[in-house]
Design a protein around this ligand. Sequence first.
Ligand code: CMC
Length: 396
Amino acid sequence: MAAIEDYKPGLAGVPAALSEISYVEGLQGTLEYRGIPIHELAQHSSFLESCFLLIWGHLPSLDELQAFEHEIRYHRRLKYRIRDMMKCFPESGHPMDALQACSAALGLFYSRRALDDPEYIRAAVVRLLAKIPTMVAAFQMMRKGNDPIQPRDDLDYAANFLYMMNEREPDPLAAKIFDVCLVLHAEHTINASTFSARVTASTLTDPYGVIASAVGTLAGPLHGGANEEVIEMLEEIGSVDRVEAYIEGRIKNKQKIMGFGHRVYKVKDPRAVILQGLAEKLFAEYGGDRYYDIALAVEQAVEKRLGAKGIYPNVDFYSGLVYRRLGIPSDLFTPVFAIARVGGWLAHWKAQLGENRIFRPTQIYSGQHAQPYISIEERTLSKVFPSLEATNGKKA
Ligand code: CMC
């Protein structure tokens, strides 16, 4: 039986997998996909190449990459039934909920579970990577009362998504920067959503269920949902001169500052460093964002007060500023995170299948034993006549 000292809230520091997919070192701020540093991939790779690397464990040859890109390009369209289902979603619903529902619904169309067949695995990888961006963009169009924009086969992955979102072909620089954002968000060891994906995968359910459960987990404000809250915070602060008082107030009231802190990193998240550089590039090209000055002041104010505790900007702090400049509305920031993280989740799904044992942790029971069952009549009576109960000590 497990002892109380074994219990780690949030499973902090408890290894849940043996994995070769990615590596994080929190004191230097290192992140590697299959051993390759993230800044190398951000500079030289593309999102789909990085996904191939994560999922199949090696950088693809030119032929492999072209075949993979080609397959994904031709699976971007959605079944009309999925689009019809989306039309029934309330416009006010959160796009992460829409994405979770649509990811799960894919399983209705492709439910055969041949989990030991590499072709089935490849087809599921292709379908999910291809269709998730189309779902996000389609929901965005439909909630505005418009028909979804069909994907364009002549555009690459990032450019096609921005096109489906804005009905306009993006500048090559904007598309390139968005692709780098996807690379940066593709994978990050066993965080909450990846753990969720692995737990679901371990039951040998279909991959659409795996991705749907991970999307649901990513949605929370302590995980992927933080990027949306960062922008809300910057809007609430409103001007640089209000930053100090705002941060001071939150710390005093023991409220978290969104976009800061990380279970593993005790320095500035390496992805935040790259994203900040991308934000600056975008602002230089397309004009500044007044929230960027507020963000810089927030970073300084938090570092001054919480830097000694290892609390620095995480990936979510600067990503929203980049997405805003690319014309992505703030409640789509987390779905965009999900588009990227599908790559990592699929890598973990495939890895889990290769070494599967169903997740079944234990618990430490802290409740009572051998309690009497009290009938509903007695429970009702004791509520209506508590004094009677107290004097009699038994039912009236
Ligand atoms: N603002 C103020 N204080 C913080 C923050 C923050 N953002 N993050 C951690 N702390 C403090 C916390 O109050 C606690 O202080 P004390 O020891 O005095 O009680 C200490 O640091 C440890 O915090 P914790 O919440 O126990 O740490 P954790 O490892 O369980 O949580 C975290 C990590 C990311 C959930 C947390 O830092 C947080 O809630 N941050 C804000 C939300 C956020 O930005 N989330 C995105 C995470 S990165 C991307 C992703 O995972 O999707």
